[in-house]
Write a protein that binds this ligand. Structure first.
Ligand code: SAH
Ligand code: DHB
Ligand code: MG
Length: 224
């Protein structure tokens, strides 16, 4: 099979799954529309990716979730929807502008009471969360600057308990992790290697179809 027809087939499969499990949703579409209108980059997880994140939160019965990289709140809305009414999602975002759009989107979704967007460099915000004993979180989703992934994994361990789930987006990036040519691919590769090599973690990389092949790393914390 040539590359074009493989790509077409992957896209058709993605659309097929989306049609089944991520049907049109007014609130999510509004969040994307408003994010686009505000000029945010269109790098949110895909509808199927969002469903997968949501399902993981349900599987672990998450009551406290930490997200690193909010953007316009698209993935945050997925998480918040499956949190119990007294559950909490803390989402960390570098850009004040992104955080404002996310807060408005979360508010429109009727989920503001469950979501706290903190603005700043995740490295500093994570240190403050650890300092303030804000953990443990049931699920931690890493989706900010790829160069930071190895460091975010360290913080995720500090903010976890045995049984916590650590997820990370974009850990395949079209296969760039196979032969990294830039800092972000190198850091992503290092992240996957650390997850694989850490006896305190039980994990896998799950390749995912989007416009191209990407993936999400899934790790269960065995011990902190
Ligand atoms: N999780 C979102 C997408 C996040 S995109 C979704 O799927 O809907 C990555 C986000 O991380 C961007 O908004 C970017 O501004 C933010 N980011 C980049 N570097 C960061 C840092 N050092 N600390 C916190 N956020 C950062
Ligand atoms: C980029 C970042 C993401 O989190 C993503 O899902 C896709 C692309 C990026 O920085 O290009
Ligand atoms: Mg991402």
């Amino acid at each position: 099979m040539n590359t074009d027809s493989t790509t077409k087939l992957l896209e058709d499969i993605d659309a097929y799954v989306e049609g089944l499990f991520a049907p049109p949703d007014e609130v999510l579409e509004a969040a994307l529309r408003e994010s686009r209108r505000a000029g945010l980059p269109e790098i949110n997880v895909s509808p199927n990716g969002g469903r997968l994140l949501q399902l993981f939160a349900e599987l672990v019965g998450a009551r406290r979730i930490l997200e690193i990289g909010t953007l316009g709140g698209y993935s945050a809305i997925h998480f918040a929807r499956v949190l119990p009414e007294d559950g909490t999602l803390i989402s960390l975002e570098l850009e004040e502008r992104h955080a404002e759009v996310a807060r408005a989107n979360v508010e429109r979704a009727g989920l503001a009471h469950k979501v706290e967007v903190q603005v700043g460099d995740a490295r500093e915000l994570l240190a403050a969360l650890a300092e303030n004993d804000a953990g443990p979180f049931d699920l931690i989703f890493i989706d900010a600057d790829k160069e930071g992934y190895p460091e975010y994994l360290e913080w995720a361990m500090h903010l976890s308990r045995p049984g916590s789930l650590v997820l990370a987006d974009n850990t395949v990036r079209g296969g760039s992790v196979l032969d990294p040519q830039d800092g972000s691919a190198r850091a992503t590769r290092e992240f996957n290697e650390r997850v694989a090599g850490d006896p305190r973690l039980s994990g896998i990389v799950l390749p995912l179809i989007r416009e191209r092949i990407d993936g999400i790393t899934i790790a269960r914390v065995i011990d902190v």
